[in-house]
Design a protein around this ligand. Structure first.
Ligand code: NAD
Ligand code: AKB
Length: 320
């Protein structure tokens, strides 16, 4: 029988996903059951007021070790990472945080026989040799970015710890995540968040990807649901562990701009592709997530239309 989740540590809790995940975990398990941590020490008020926040650098195993012992942590949601854009500018930092951070968390998982560890992966695991449409669960993994290299190695590492140590480690390959609470942290899909801020504030956005670059994307409520549902899924039903494909919608910058124009008719967009264009071109246009649907009943709630409408409503309340 699977053990209940009792005390959670979230690493990278000040990031785009970590901030909203921490609040959702506190709602579900109780405010005193979820410790937020990050290398940064500037938590937003909501996160600071709702529970404990600690500074933890995941490249330093002693600091994680101390938190596990002092607070009786049994489950880690490991969200600390360096994303694709910053990773290409500083590949060494990307390798250090993503690989050493993950192996530190996994080693402590074995040392303290932790209940469960959730480590996200990304669509960045794909590169040369995959079909552009409906890339299957089990496919060739030849990423061309340093971030992608660390994500493939991270998945293989987690599955190794499952097999070798019997550690319950789970992960999903998020597509680009769109949200209105915390700005994204330096990825290739960040345009799909920045565009909303600029459309509402200035009615214009200069996009760093080409107009027709279609990528898989997901709205934050679905990302949080996927992460928490996978964490609670019955272990015996899981054939995969660290590398679940998950999908929700796919669109290009041009298609996103057209959808935004339905709400902001005078919005305009131009295109100035930069170093992130080749990264985006190395990723597939759409993803087959049938294994996640079969093994833990994954199903997204938002499509392009409902995501855009909700983003504009929420950001108008925040910005105007
Ligand atoms: P983010 O960049 O917004 O946040 C990462 C957080 O990690 C930041 O708050 C940063 O301060 C922290 N951090 C960096 N170095 C650290 C260190 N040494 N020790 C502790 N904390 C450190 O990232 P995110 O978007 O929230 O991503 C969370 C996870 O989801 C990552 O594994 C990422 O690869 C994955 N993912 C995200 C997306 C997306 O679109 N946001 C898509 C696919 C996968
Ligand atoms: C990035 O663009 O780096 C992330 C990701 C898809 O992993 N959003």
């Amino acid at each position: 029988m699977q053990k209940e989740i009792k005390k959670i540590l979230v690493t990278g809790a000040l990031g785009q996903i970590g901030t909203e995940l921490t609040m959702a975990l506190r709602d579900k398990y109780g405010e005193d059951k979820v410790i937020a941590s990050d290398i940064r020490v500037d938590p937003p008020k909501k996160l600071r007021k709702s529970g404990l926040f600690l500074q933890v650098d995941v490249t330093k195993p002693d600091t994680i070790n101390q938190v596990i012992i002092q607070h009786d942590v049994d489950t880690i949601f490991h969200m600390a990472a360096i994303l694709s854009g910053i990773g290409e500018k500083d590949p060494h930092l990307c390798w250090n945080v993503n690989m050493n951070g993950s192996i530190n968390v996994l080693n402590l998982g074995v040392k303290y026989d932790l209940n469960r560890i959730i480590i996200p992966s990304s669509m960045a695991v794909w590169g040369d040799g995959v079909p552009a449409e409906n890339v299957p669960q089990d496919s060739v993994l030849k990423p061309t970015s340093m971030y992608g290299v660390t994500k493939v190695a991270g998945e293989r590492l987690c599955d190794y710890y499952v097999r070798r140590h019997g550690l319950d480690c789970r992960g999903l390959r998020y597509p680009g995540i769109i949200s209105h609470e915390t700005l994204p942290g330096g990825g290739t899909t960040d345009y799909a968040v920045e565009i909303f801020y600029e459309a509402i504030k200035h009615k214009h956005y200069t996009c760093f990807l080409k107009e027709d670059t279609t990528l898989p994307m997901m709205y934050m409520p679905d990302c949080i649901k996927a992460t928490m549902d996978l964490a609670e899924a019955d272990y015996d039903n899981l054939e995969h562990h660290s590398d679940f494909n998950v999908a929700a919608m796919s669109f290009s910058p041009g298609e996103l701009a057209e959808e935004i124009k339905k709400h902001i008719p005078n919005f305009t967009m131009d295109y100035r592709p930069d170093y992130r264009q080749p990264i985006a071109e190395s990723w597939p246009r759409s993803i087959d997530d049938s294994c996640a649907r079969r093994e833990w009943n994954w199903q997204p709630s938002y499509n392009l239309e409902s995501m855009v409408s909700d983003m504009i409503k929420k950001l108008r309340m925040k910005l105007l």
